[in-house]
Design a protein around this ligand. Structure first.
Ligand code: PLP
Length: 400
């Protein structure tokens, strides 16, 4: 006998979903039914300022007309084209991505997939294939996804420990600590994988000197430097790639989240001089599908046309300063780069998130005590002013 189907007439949307949800997600009591720009709406039509970008995805906000039009047009033209065949939208996307890369990439090689974790898995396989080495170095507090390979890179033991023995062996070094890297990177290491700004781990930007040191160690010892730009890339941190805060060029870049304007896509990008990987060593049924590629072309064009990396640098600096000037006693530190900003609280962040939601502002946690702001890059200063007011009110109320 199958489980009874809840009556959709009486049950709320949340109840209908809750009856079948995996349990993998800590749910918040809000139903999203529509979005426009930086605002999402619930089923009663109530508006919320979205400082989550739907977990970092909506760089262009919601229902961006260029992305919507590209998706609609491509859906009526060709949705499916496996990588065994060539496709016009995929070729166009490669050229757009290539134009963002520094000359050292020689135009770049690309492997397209469907999520951030999958991009991280791909980067590991590419690094092993291209170097013939098997050891991996990643950073403490790092987050790289939850599939088994990416999970090995991810530091948080709550995510990793239930799957001990199934993940690849990874040496975890201390972030922003060159001595730790010096001890871990040797001639057996294929990849050193870091986020230039740690997102989930609590919003910690790298010291540029540390990135320069990692680059030197990788050069000396023949390891590939992999920048996970899944959250930090494509303008989020005030430049196309956050690693550009330092005078370095990585060997491999991974992208995900907002790359296709909200459609699922991940990308592994590596220096052309490293060569290609042998046929059959990797693959993905949906990788490089024309629908996601068309959306990604539209998204990259829109990011460039509005110069959103520069907008993000400008507004991000304003936001950091505005939050620091509040000098809230409940806040230990305000950190960030561009439009990723973290407020390290003295207490747990969950009640703060709830209180902000009640005031119509949606933000994210990063660990137990960090309030993370990850607004769409199209956000205006007036919207951020509203958010700062709400944060001030909530953090005053919470400390009483
Ligand atoms: C979100 C994220 C991932 C994982 O992406 P998914 O699409 O959720 O698999 C990997 N690395 C970083 C830095 C991320 O922020």
């Amino acid at each position: 006998m199958s489980a009874p189907i809840p009556s959709t007439a009486s049950a709320t949307i949340a109840e209908r979903e809750q009856a079948h949800t995996s349990g993998a997600y800590a749910k918040r009591s809000l139903v999203w039914v529509r979005g426009q720009g930086c605002t999402v709406y619930d089923e009663a039509g109530r508006a919320y300022l979205d400082l989550t970008s739907g977990q970092g995805v909506a760089l262009l906000g919601h229902a961006h007309p260029d992305v919507a039009q590209a998706v609609a047009r491509q859906a009526q033209t060709l949705i499916t084209c496996a990588e065994a065949f060539y496709n016009d939208q995929r070729a166009a996307l490669y050229e757009r991505l290539s134009a963002l890369l520094p000359p050292e990439f020689g135009g770049g090689r690309f492997f397209l997939c469907n999520s951030g974790a999958e991009a991280q898995e791909g980067a590991l396989k590419v690094a092993r294939l291209l170097t013939g080495r098997a050891n991996i170095v990643a950073a403490k507090r790092g987050f790289h996804g939850r599939t088994l390979g990416a999970l090995g890179l991810t530091w948080n033991k709550d995510y990793r420990e239930p799957f001990m023995g199934w993940t690849p062996p990874v040496r975890h070094i201390s972030y922003n600590d060159l001595a730790s890297a010096e001890a871990a990177i040797d001639e057996t290491v294929c990849a050193v994988v870091v986020e230039p700004v740690q997102g989930e781990g609590g919003v910690y930007p790298a010291n540029p000197e540390w990135l320069v040191g990692l680059r030197r160690l990788c050069d000396e010892r023949g390891a590939l430097l992999v920048m996970d730009e899944i959250q930090s890339g494509l303008g989020r941190c005030g430049r196309w790639f956050a690693y550009q805060m330092a005078d370095i060029v990585p060997d491999i870049i991974t992208l995900g989240k907002g790359i296709a304007g909200g459609l699922p896509m991940g990308a592994v990008i590596w220096r052309a001089a490293l060569g290609t990987i042998p046929a059959g060593t990797h693959g993905s049924t949906f990788g490089g599908n024309p629908l996601s590629c068309a959306a990604a072309c539209a998204a990259l064009d829109a990011l460039r046309a509005a110069d959103l990396p520069a907008h993000s640098a400008r507004l991000g600096a304003w936001l950091l300063e505005a939050l620091r000037t509040l000098k809230l006693p409940t806040v230990r530190e305000v950190r960030g780069l561009g439009l990723i900003v973290g407020l390290e609280l003295r207490d747990r962040v969950t009640p703060v998130l709830q209180a902000l939601q009640e005031r119509g502002v949606l933000a994210l946690p990063a660990g137990k005590t960090v309030l993370r702001l990850l607004p769409p890059l199209i956000i205006q200063q007036s919207e951020l002013e509203r958010a700062v007011d709400a944060i001030r009110e909530v953090l005053h109320a919470v400390c009483q």
